[in-house]
Write a protein that binds this ligand. Sequence first.
Ligand SMILES: [Ca+2]
Ligand SMILES: [Ca+2]
Length: 99
Amino acid sequence: MPVFIPIRDPEFKSKGLPQNIAMTEKQIRDILMKADSNGDGSLSKDELKKAFKEFGSRMPCWRVSCCLRKADTNRDGKISKEEIDLVVDYVLAWIESKN
Ligand SMILES: [Ca+2]
Ligand SMILES: [Ca+2]
């Protein structure tokens, strides 16, 4: 599987983030919050996909299903506020495994 380091993504550069510093938990949380485009307080698959694209995933669909398996504890196909911590953990572990 190819590794892709999001901090080298030109998009991240243009946002002024330092190139060699991994994303912090807060940045991950901010991106997840912003991905809730319909503002219903939970993240649907499409909204998660957007977030994972922003994290630099080349396979956002695959990431989303993998992430839902771990974080969607009540199995409704969405990530609620209570489940978002698990998503943050998942993203942190994933980013760490790439660096
Ligand atoms: Ca939503
Ligand atoms: Ca859920």
